[in-house]
Design a protein around this ligand. Structure first.
Ligand code: GDP
Ligand code: GDP
Length: 436
């Protein structure tokens, strides 16, 4: 499903990242134990009054060593292109600056819905600072305070009211939707071409103007697939296309629509920080993940090379321990046929539903073997477990006190569930609820 996008635009120091963190809120803490994911975070899923949306802080997107005004202009253009609604932020204590006016002009011409947030309105006395901002011609300025958490609800109300009605994407249940993500030059486009070159493409079309993706449908051994090719891969040649974070953002949109994400790594270069960041988003979005090591032809190999490379990947991607690894070459098409059964298998696991009674047996056995440790004189007690969702498989444990389910014990239970049911390639979610 495609979510509406809210982009924050404004000059440095008006409080964009403060507001970003306020709105993204608890979503961010989920990934705190994932190295490289939270750092310079500019994108998050968020929710307001049951409306889910994607949030982008364009201020976090650095565009080379350009002068400030130029950077801001590009950030604004990016927002205009990517967002459904733009949150234009200014600093109430500084009044309207020349840079604000410059950006406002650009945004204004775009005809995108704009919500004007005037930040640092920390107390009622400061509300009179708001009046100046009417002259920007962007409607009613909404007074907010990022540090005090004031006005955020009004701000989001205004933003959500402008969200378009994105119709639920019609997906064929029997078709596996997948995308390829990874840094520039790892060979994503080559892989797409290699895959589609060999298979007969049934349809190839541009899926909606807001999505910027080309979907190609093909069939292989009786299984239907749709490969979601992001526009980022088509290299449109604009300045910001080449920026690291921009390509990340493009990837995020593809991830959202995928069942399975192929995380592509360049065997020649090994694993670098940016690889981890992108993979972290796929994990967080709850998608099935396959790690694809491309350019395997370019490597000097002996009988240990593959095992050693695998170990390196495992060390770097601790939270992706469930993802299978496939070594391929887009250039020579070597080992490419290994991909399809793996994609199919992880997609099946991603939508697997297990029997409640078997699940409960597994959990109870696990607890009997290894009870949760005592915590301040109390111990977690699990009454009942049930699977509440698929894609990804999500389990709810009804317990005496949800706060007693700690990270390591959750991991232990997850491992037991994995050992019993398989679940290769898919993240699992385990939630604790107070039993009534
Ligand atoms: P960005 O550069 O636009 O992302 O701005 P930041 O979020 O980094 O904030 C810039 C500075 O403004 C930081 O020192 C924040 O603590 C401060 N700040 C952010 N929001 C508020 C607010 O509501 N009131 C006040 N007084 N300061 C704020
Ligand atoms: P993308 O930016 O991730 O889409 O990467 P491209 O598909 O554009 O590939 C980047 C470069 O790597 C190109 O010069 C390709 O020819 C080369 N390349 C892609 N796949 C392979 C491969 O399997 N082996 C080798 N040796 N080169 C490859």
């Amino acid at each position: 499903m495609s979510k509406p996008v809210l982009a924050i635009v404004g000059r440095p120091n008006v409080g964009k990242s403060t507001i970003f963190n306020r709105i993204a809120g608890e979503r961010i803490s989920i990934v705190e134990d994932m190295p490289g994911v939270t750092r310079d975070r500019i994108y998050s899923s968020a929710e307001w009054l049951n409306t889910e949306f994607s949030l982008i802080d364009t201020g976090g997107i650095e565009i080379g060593d350009e002068p400030l005004l130029h950077q801001m202009r590009q950030q604004a253009e990016l927002a205009i292109e990517e967002a459904d609604v733009i949150l234009f932020m200014v600093d109430g204590t500084e009044g309207i600056t020349a840079a604000d006016e410059e950006v406002a002009k650009l945004l204004f011409r775009s005809k995108k819905p704009i919500v004007l947030g005037v930040n640092k309105i920390d107390n009622p006395e400061r509300r009179e600072l708001l009046y100046d901002f009417y002259s920007l011609g962007m409607g009613e300025p909404i007074g907010i305070s990022g540090t005090h958490g004031i006005g955020i609800g009004d701000l989001l109300d205004a933003a959500v009211a402008h969200f378009p009605d994105l119709e639920e994407e019609e997906k064929d249940e029997d078709t596996i939707y997948f995308s390829l993500i990874g840094r520039p030059n790892v060979g994503k486009s080559s892989l797409v071409n290699a895959i589609l070159g060999k298979e007969r493409v049934i349809v190839s079309d541009i899926a909606g103007t807001t999505r910027d993706a080309i979907d190609s449908k093909f069939e292989k051994d009786g299984q239907k697939y749709v490969i979601i090719d992001t526009a980022g891969m088509r290299k449109r040649g604009k300045v910001y296309e080449s920026t690291e974070k921009y390509s990340v953002m493009r990837a995020l949109k593809a991830i959202e629509r995928s069942d399975v994400v192929l995380m592509v790594i360049n065997a020649e270069e090994g694993i670098i920080e940016q690889d981890k960041k992108v993979a972290g988003y796929a994990h967080e979005a709850g998608k099935a993940v396959v790690i694809v090591v491309n350019k395997w032809d370019a490597i000097e190999k002996d009988d240990k090379t593959m095992r050693e490379f695998e170990q390196k990947i495992r060390d770097h991607f601790l939270y992706l321990s469930y993802a299978p690894i496939v070594f391929v070459s887009a250039l020579t098409k070597q080992r490419l046929h290994h991909l399809y059964p793996v994609i199919t298998q992880v997609a099946e696991n991603h939508s697997l539903r297990v029997q409640t009674n078997v699940l409960n047996d597994v959990i109870m056995d696990a607890v009997a073997m290894n009870p949760a440790p005592m915590d301040k004189g109390k111990r977690l007690k699990i009454n009942y477990a049930t699977q509440v969702a698929t894609k990804p498989p999500t389990f709810v444990l009804f317990v005496n006190d949800p706060n007693l389910l700690h990270f390591s014990y959750r991991r232990f239970l997850e491992n037991r569930i994995r050992e019993t049911f398989g679940f290769t390639g898919t993240p699992l979610r385990i939630l604790a609820r107070q039993k009534n």
